[in-house]
Design a protein around this ligand. Sequence first.
Ligand code: GH3
Ligand code: MG
Ligand code: MG
Ligand code: MG
Length: 306
Amino acid sequence: MESFNPENFLILIVDDISQNLKVVGAVFDQAGYGTTFALGGQQALDRLAVINPDLILLDWMMPEISGLELCKKLKANPCYEDIPIIFLTANHDTDALLEAFKYGAIDYVTKPFHAPELLARVKTHLQLKSAQDRLKKALADIKTLATTDPLTGVFNRRFFLEFAQKEISRVHRYDYSLSTLMLDVDHFKQINDTYGHNIGDEVLKFLTQVLLKIIRKADCLARLGGEEFAILLPQTPLEGAEELARRILQVLRKSELNLAGKIIRLTLSIGVSSYQVSEDTIEESLKRADRALFAAKNQGRDRFVI
Ligand code: GH3
Ligand code: MG
Ligand code: MG
Ligand code: MG
């Protein structure tokens, strides 16, 4: 396990009696933790709006909002649900304390407490929480790596195909329309040859930003590979897809990219298709967009074809 430094952790201590806050606070101060206090449940909620503690030590019996009520509230709120809660309580009624576990507390310590035991429990739970956080972060990173294109940050081919497959089932269930644009930069090889591969990369990033500004939130932009992109348009009929293709071409014609003192212009060829419920698989629909893209190239580029 990673080395443990209490200074890196902030403990929120909640109690309705200020003397209790002092006593418990002193234990954690001496052990080197950061501490912060709330005199009762309402103050705890107020504190939580401005601080982000790593663990909460919660008194059971408090007027106004009881410890259990506060625990319920926090565990039901996505902003706070991950903060470990340990009850510090004079209550020895185990049945009642079991309620606390039901609402998401991780432990309890009875008063009068034995300081070394309280510290040991808090340390163990903080270590477990850190390990859990690291694991969550690692999983999120893996997911990002698996679904996004590292150069542009948009989705990759794998994600695009999965997304398309899911959209297809919605099309069948709800009778939605679904369209696809396939986009390929015109004469991209020339851009690379003239300005170098690094500038070529910048051009792809620039293009991505331009596209992201034009499309809707529900649309899925992916880099399929090289200088080829695709956009899946949920709930969009063919006319809507044509409209978008037209806009993209217009915006690009008006944009110029100033890189390393050079003004670079780029155009796209776009193939447009709409999913036809009666006859298509998603592969066929994408293939039609691909053939349309090929036709746009043959007809002279900087255009879209259906
Ligand atoms: P067309 O108008 O027919 O599409 O011509 P094109 O030059 O765009 O097409 P071609 O397929 O001949 O060339 C694509 C070029 O894209 C070749 C390849 O080296 C380059 N390329 C592929 N991936 C990347 C990349 O990640 N970065 C850069 N800078 N270039 C790339
Ligand atoms: Mg109390
Ligand atoms: Mg190209
Ligand atoms: Mg290409």
